[in-house]
Design a protein around this ligand. Structure first.
Ligand code: FMN
Length: 364
């Protein structure tokens, strides 16, 4: 079924305007008769922030923003699915066109700007599948016109606690003006205080729901020092590195599309996001686990993220160019790497190259 989709439907989707293609893909996943997932190789099991992941390959936020197809994505083989970003109130996001492919670079630029059906609609969908199992993370954000952005994170953590396996606070989208300022100084400190208080409040009612922070790959190393210091002080459960970049590498081949404002993802993001992951790993000193995101499009790139410091990985853009069959290929490649090196688990490889990577020349 997945192979059929990748051979027939995906090349056609590649010819359609990107946002329409995305809507069609979601519609397709709603009706596709997908077989139940087969068990993952036990070598791929990862335990992180109190959760047991059957495999470390997750669907990144932004594909299923409104929780329309989380179970279809789990059936496609992902070890976990992150829905969202969700905002408390519905909002349309930026005017189209706002999603662009860069085929020669295997990159994507988006400036969607948190188009969200809003928390109530998403909560209804997740409540309807309660008990279906699988790890579903809820990625939360703030409304564009919010008077108190931090309150938007807190409210949604309280609201989604009964249905979320974990939370990601997305404070790194480049497409909501001023959102990335939440990563700075006192504001970041206040954000962490208030979301970790919310985590403690829900803990009393619904048990522990881990809270992760998703950062931008564009922070300076001084800013990263501060971010990691505050995250450690506030004992967050984990960090995701990271979101899309506002930078444009000089070697991009699709120069025309490269000028579109927005966040760049996919292959051109791999070097920067992997380096920032390694820089984060050496600063975190195993205080909490890291999720590696950005430019994963093969078993090798997934393994490189793990060796840079991630115990879990996520991907999105590569699916546009390679289809969902990529998930199975990455998992098989990881199993092969573990077997051939006689490693007992992913954990044996986490961060193996981090220190060496931080000594390399800065990636362009
Ligand atoms: C079209 C699109 C929409 C995205 N929307 C979100 C979002 O709503 N929230 C979020 O945290 N990240 C969002 N992202 C970022 C991805 O989750 C991921 O961090 C980034 O794309 C890097 O991974 P990739 O290179 O595998 O795509 C989006 C990415 C794309 C391409």
């Amino acid at each position: 079924m997945i192979a059929l989709y990748d051979t027939l439907a995906r090349p056609l989707l590649g010819l359609i305007e990107p946002e329409s293609a995305h809507r069609l893909a979601i519609k397709g996943l709603k009706v596709a008769p997908l077989p139940n997932r087969s068990d993952d190789d036990p070598l791929l099991a990862v335990r992180a922030f109190g959760l047991n992941f059957p495999n470390p390959v997750g669907m990144a936020a932004g594909f299923d923003k409104h929780a329309e197809v989380p179970d279809a994505l789990l059936k496609l083989g992902f070890g976990f699915v992150e829905i969202g970003t969700v905002t408390p109130l519905p909002q349309p996001g930026n005017p189209p066109p706002r999603l662009f492919r860069l085929p020669p670079d295997q990159g994507v630029i988006n400036r969607l700007g948190f188009n969200s059906e809003g928390a109530d609609a998403v909560l209804r969908r997740l409540a309807a599948r309660a008990g279906a199992g699988g790890i579903i993370g809820v990625n939360v954000g703030a409304n564009k016109d919010s008077k108190d952005r931090i309150a938007d994170y807190v409210r949604q953590i309280e609201l989604f606690a009964p249905v979320a396996s974990y939370f990601t606070c997305n404070i790194s989208s480049p497409n909501t003006p001023g959102l990335r300022d939440l990563q700075q100084g006192q504001v970041f400190d206040e954000l962490l205080s208030r979301v970790m208080e919310a985590r403690a409040r829900i803990h009393r009612k619904a048990g522990t729901t881990p809270v992760l922070i998703k950062i931008a790959p564009d922070l300076t190393l001084n800013e990263l020092d501060d971010v990691v210091g505050a995250a450690r002080r506030h004992r967050v459960d984990g960090m995701m590195i990271g979101n899309t970049t506002v930078l444009r590498p000089p070697w991009l081949r699709d120069r025309t599309t490269a000028h579109e404002p927005g966040g760049l993802s996919g292959r051109p993001l791999f070097g920067l996001s992997t380096r920032m992951l390694a820089e984060t790993y050496v600063r975190v000193e195993s205080a909490f686990p890291l999720v590696g995101v950005g430019g994963i499009d093969s078993g090798e790139t997934a393994l490189a993220k793990i060796r840079a410091g991630a115990c879990l990985v996520q991907l999105y853009s590569a699916l546009v160019f390679h289809g969902f069959g990529l998930v199975g290929r990455i998992k098989r490649s990881l199993v092969d790497a573990l077997r051939s090196g006689q490693y007992a688990s992913i954990g044996d490889l986490v961060g193996a190259d981090a220190a060496a990577m931080t000594a390399e020349a800065w990636p362009e």
